[in-house]
Design a protein around this ligand. Sequence first.
Ligand SMILES: [Zn+2]
Length: 302
Amino acid sequence: MTRYALGIDVGATKVAVATISEDLLVRQKQEVATQAGDGEQLWSKIEEVIASFLGSETGALLGIGVASAGPLDIPHGTLSPVNIPVWRDFPIIERLESISGGTKVALHGDALALAHAEHAIGAGRGWENMLGMVVSTGVGGGLILNGKVFPGETGNSCYIGHHSINFDGRLCVCGRQGCVEAYSSGPRMVAIAHENGFDPQLKTFIDLAQSAREGNAIALEAISQGTRALSIGIINFIGTLDINHVVIGGGVAEAGEIFWKPLRAHIEAESKAIGFLKNIQLRKAELQRDAGILGAALAVLR
Ligand SMILES: [Zn+2]
């Protein structure tokens, strides 16, 4: 009999639900928009999709994995994703356990899920130690150590977006000053450009990247500063652990060379003084939109 896992990826604008076979093939997949009504209405839409998948799959369910934007509270099994205000301390683990008859349910942060999936079948295949990152509306990280995911004690290891790189720096949404994310997330790069006179009609990172490609100096400077902050965060982190492998996914990383070229230059400059970081391998994530559901499924399959 075939065996499969259910993978659920809770993102800012949609929740993806999928069934994933043991050999990590996506069998069925459906997305639910997160703007749909209140927290219970959103849950009931997700529950409907899960019920239809569980009803139509013929194999044995091995477990349910959830990948979510933070903050998470893994010991209590709850989610409070910043971009889904209708879910605060939402008890997703308890809900899933009750509808699945006590099957194994596990929760990963979204960046840890990306690291897990990219390490298993994506850009990080074969690497013993690896930092996986999501650079998007936020900046997050997930760590593979000695070939295994390292979630930390509460599931929040590798909280790299909120490492401060400047103690007198910009105030971050988290309340600290000078966090990597306060300079490097897509929305922050756009906000910094606006402070410096960038066209207020152009509001997204896609707009900023396009203006930079066309030679707009303010856009180029905002991306240079954002990728520099990101490179310092990366070098601090991988230097602490003495690891040389990094995979980056997320919407900002999808922008192409306008992001990767300055990032590589800053990584090279920042790592020069650290002799053991001589072979840094920096790769773009390969799995794109399926990284979350695959990483979620891996949390129960491996
Ligand atoms: Zn922060």
